[in-house]
Design a protein around this ligand. Structure first.
Ligand SMILES: *[C@@H]1O[C@H](CO)[C@@H](O)[C@H](O)[C@H]1NC(C)=O
Ligand SMILES: *[C@@H]1O[C@H](CO)[C@@H](O)[C@H](O)[C@H]1NC(C)=O
Ligand SMILES: *[C@@H]1O[C@H](CO)[C@@H](O)[C@H](O)[C@H]1NC(C)=O
Ligand SMILES: *[C@@H]1O[C@H](CO)[C@@H](O)[C@H](O)[C@H]1NC(C)=O
Length: 352
């Protein structure tokens, strides 16, 4: 759907406040700033449309039938997230206006492939919120204006909270890795682009990275996978000339596998899958990433290796709660990387 046709009507019906409390006084903007803001505005529309279409397609009864024990536990949060995205659209729109520009108004979003059932829609939300975070993280590498950098950080933290709750609503661990990993706009569009049309005047003139078959399901570690990218598949290419690679916040370099032996890596949490024509590992950091070897991707997936009491409760309404042992002071000291036995805390006290 075209964003403003039904989204604004739905938000008006839900009584959503469209306040934009962040400072948006008259500013100056570089060309890079304006392009980045237009990209962010479009990504916020993308996310808002996901919520509004799903929330109007599914009822609490649908969540219940799909196995969620307390549908309102999920739904009340998703309604809040929809309002957040709407506020962000208004905010970026007003910042663009304050620098004498305007959003791209011709984009349309098509979520039919993920509106088939509640489980698919919720799983995609988990991916989409990571893609939304990725857009803001990549903006930090593109913006010139310090005020806009601050705006981005004020919003990326909110998107990270959304993504965390989606992990929980999908029965996965809430916070899985110590680091998140940014992607470039063209890499983000390799994942989101299949849901977007009409942005032909999109000003960043991005080359689309070929998409790889999208992974909608959370998966266990060690799952064997066949891939499709462009008109190629795992089986049709020269098996000695292509590799499957996985980047995540768990390592600075990708896990590399021969294309015919591609399995989900032994990690927990988000992961990006790539097809390359070199066995040299991709670096995770987009500012140094050796993208010349990338033939297709990334696709985003989640490897669910660990359970979480909170998410079990959120999905099933009950959880198998075992005692969690806290740590000894020696273990605490070891975790802090100091010699064992003592640890200096933030307040300066020494724990023996
Ligand atoms: C991948 O494709 C091959 C050949 O069609 C097939 O034998 C294999 O079972 C497939 N593996 C998966 C994980 O689908
Ligand atoms: C695959 O696509 C490329 C260009 O996208 C084309 O050159 C090639 O002929 C296609 N191969 C097949 C088998 O269709
Ligand atoms: C590897 O793929 C990239 C991107 O498609 C391409 O530019 C490059 O020429 C390829 N290298 C080889 C050795 O095929
Ligand atoms: C301190 O660390 C050393 C080496 O890692 C270990 O042998 C020793 O048992 C530890 N002492 C305590 C009190 O944990």
């Amino acid at each position: 759907m075209r964003f403003f046709q039904s989204a604004t009507a739905l938000l008006a019906a839900s009584g959503a406040a469209l306040a934009a409390p962040l400072n948006k006084a008259k500013r100056t903007a570089s060309a890079a700033d304006i392009q980045t803001l237009q990209f962010l505005h479009m990504m916020e529309e993308f996310e808002a449309t996901y919520y509004l279409e799903g929330l109007s397609a599914f009822s609490a009864a649908d969540f219940s039938a799909a196995g969620w024990a307390i549908p309102d536990l999920v739904l009340e949060n998703l309604l809040t997230f929809a309002t957040d995205q709407s506020n962000h659209i208004q905010f970026w729109g007003s910042v663009l206006e304050s620098v004498g520009s305007q959003p791209i108004s011709t984009c349309a979003f098509h979520f039919e492939p993920v509106l088939t059932d509640v489980a698919t829609w919720l799983q995609f939300g988990r991916e989409m919120e990571y893609i939304g975070m990725g857009a803001l993280m990549s903006a930090l590498t593109m913006l010139d204006s310090p005020e806009m950098l601050l705006d981005v950080t004020n919003i990326v933290t909110v998107e990270a909270r959304h993504q965390t709750l989606f992990n929980i609503f999908n029965g996965a661990e809430a916070v899985t890795q110590s680091y998140d990993a940014a992607l470039t706009p063209s890499q983000l569009l390799a994942m989101a682009g299949q849901f977007i049309t009409g942005c032909e005047i999109f000003p960043m003139d991005l080359p689309m990275v070929p998409q790889v078959t999208h992974l909608f399901a959370g998966m266990p570690a060690g799952l064997a996978l066949n891939w499709t990218w462009g008109n190629a598949t795992t089986q049709t290419v020269n098996a000695d000339a292509f590799w499957c690679q996985w980047t995540s916040g768990t390592a600075t370099d990708a896990v590399v596998q021969p294309i015919t032996q591609c399995v989900s890596p032994a990690i927990n949490g988000y992961v990006f899958a790539w097809i390359t024509n070199s066995s040299t590992p991709l670096t995770t950091d987009i500012t140094t990433q050796n993208v010349n070897n990338v033939v297709a991707g990334p696709a985003i997936a989640f490897v669910d290796s660990q359970k979480d009491i909170l998410s079990e409760l959120a999905v099933t309404g009950t959880a198998d709660v075992n005692d969690i042992n806290t740590i000894s002071s020696a273990q605490a000291a070891a975790l802090m990387g100091s010699s064992n036995g003592t640890m200096t805390t933030a307040s300066g006290t020494v724990v023996a």
